[in-house]
Design a binder for this molecule. Structure first.
Ligand code: ADP
Length: 271
């Protein structure tokens, strides 16, 4: 079982002698069939790898769930202890639900079921709308005045903001404030950022955080739960709209995630 998403899928190989024979021969149809076969093998290896990762992700909450159920069934627990185990059951069920929802969204995106519906909208209003769901934290807004509308899918952008803001809060255990802003980047982009002063991302993990199921395994976040799918979903959602998503981060100091969407010049935000 791979320990993390960075482990490469293992590709089953054709026997060397067979490949050499086909390559040496003149039969172009056979060569085309060979190439097709290699592509299919690659696809199967990737799917198998994904399944292994998924199995691994489901196993942890399921093991903990059955442990809590055994305790609830068999042990003579006080009312308070039963309540505590029931709370664990609820947490595990919601982790499983979250995992399923993320897998489903990713699947919808990858199979083209989730259509992008671009329309001009004001990013500052969308951020404020999304922030209403995060009442506890006081964000700092840094919107450029009279910022032009972006041309994108409002719902998909909202999903990305929810994910990035949730991460900024989740990985800032000291409760440091987060900053959210937007500015025009020449020639034709609006950049939107979510900055936090939390845990940051270790350098060795940085190239992998957009991979499906990848989670940083540092001890500073071992009690923070997640599916490892959020950032990979965000990347798909932004690229689906013709934009780009990236980040800068320093372990122990914080992170700045930012995405760019095309500008729609005719209207400016009234902020
Ligand atoms: P999840 O949060 O469910 O693990 P994500 O795909 O959202 O999955 O993030 C992948 C990893 O990147 C996380 O495990 C986390 O360690 C790291 N990460 C993401 N956002 C931040 C952030 N704002 N600050 C620090 N680490 C982050």
């Amino acid at each position: 079982m791979p320990s993390n998403a960075s482990d490469e899928p293992i590709l089953p190989r054709l026997p060397e002698a067979l490949v050499e024979n086909i390559e040496a021969g003149q039969d172009s149809e056979l060569k085309a069939a060979l190439l097709e076969n290699v592509a299919l093998r690659e696809q199967i290896a990737n799917q198998t790898h994904l399944l292994q990762l998924m199995t691994h992700q489901f196993a942890t909450p399921l093991t903990s769930l059955s442990g809590s159920l055994v305790m609830l069934e068999e042990a003579a627990l006080s009312a308070e202890q039963s309540k505590e185990f029931l709370e664990f059951v609820h947490q595990d069920v919601s982790r499983l639900r979250e995992l399923l929802q993320d897998i489903q969204s990713l699947q919808n995106l990858e199979t083209g079921k989730l259509e992008t519906q671009p329309q001009p909208f004001c990013i500052a209003s969308l951020v404020e709308e999304v922030m209403q769901g995060f009442a506890i934290h006081m964000p700092v807004y840094e919107f450029e005045p009279a910022i032009p509308y972006v041309n994108g899918d409002r719902w998909q952008t909202a999903q990305v903001l929810v994910n990035l803001i949730s991460n900024a809060i989740k990985y800032s255990p000291d409760g440091n404030p987060i900053e959210i802003g937007a500015a025009r980047v020449p020639p034709d982009w609006i950049e939107v950022w979510v900055r936090d002063y939390g845990l940051g991302i270790p350098e060795a993990d940085q190239p992998h955080v957009f991979e499906r199921f990848y989670r940083v395994k540092h001890r500073d976040r071992q009690h923070i739960h997640g599916t490892g799918l959020g950032l990979s979903l965000c990347k798909h959602l932004i690229e689906n709209q013709g934009g780009m998503l990236d980040f800068e981060s320093k372990h122990g100091e914080g992170s700045r995630f930012f995405f760019r969407l095309p500008v729609w010049d005719e209207v400016v935000c009234d902020t």
